[in-house]
Ligand binder design. Structure first.
Ligand code: FES
Length: 125
C-alpha cells in the first residue's frame, strides 16, 4: 500500500525535466478529468473550463487507495481549485495537493501546459 503512494511525488514547474505529451485539447471533457498512464503511474488530468485552467494530480485517492480521482468533481474553495473524490468526497487542492476536509496525506500534483492543441504533463526524471 505504502509503495503505491510512494510512486507519486509532486513536481513544481521549475523542476520539470520532461514534458509528456498526453493528448489534444479536444479529447478532454470540460470541467472534468481523464486518467493518463505514465511509467506505471496513473495521473488525473483536469480541464477546469470555468477557470480556464488545467491541473494534474495522482489518480490514487489516499483515503482508500482507489484509482478514482480523475472521476472526481471539480470545485472551488475560497479561490482554491479542488477535486472531490468520487467515492467519499474527500477534497484536495489541485494547486498544493492538500486534503482540504480532513487529515489525509496530500496528493501529488504536476504542472500542465498547453502548446497549440496539445496537452503536456511535466515530470521530473
Ligand atoms: S476513496 Fe477517495 S474519498 Fe474515499
Amino acid at each position: 500500500m505504502e509503495a503505491l503512494l510512494a510512486q507519486y511525488t509532486s513536481v513544481n514547474l521549475a523542476s520539470v525535466t520532461h514534458w509528456y505529451e498526453v493528448a489534444p485539447v479536444h479529447q478532454f471533457p470540460k470541467n472534468g478529468g481523464v486518467c493518463v498512464k505514465y511509467k506505471g503511474m496513473q495521473i488525473a488530468v483536469f480541464y477546469f473550463a470555468r477557470k480556464g485552467q488545467w491541473y494534474a494530480c495522482q489518480n490514487l485517492c489516499p483515503h482508500k487507495l482507489e484509482m478514482v480521482l480523475s472521476r472526481g468533481l471539480l470545485g472551488d474553495e475560497n479561490g482554491v481549485p479542488k477535486v472531490a473524490c468520487a467515492l467519499h468526497k474527500k477534497t484536495f487542492s489541485l494547486e498544493t495537493g492538500e486534503n482540504l476536509n480532513g487529515d489525509l496525506p496530500s496528493i501529488a500534483t504536476y504542472p500542465v501546459k498547453v502548446q497549440g492543441e496539445k496537452v503536456f504533463i511535466g515530470f521530473k526524471e
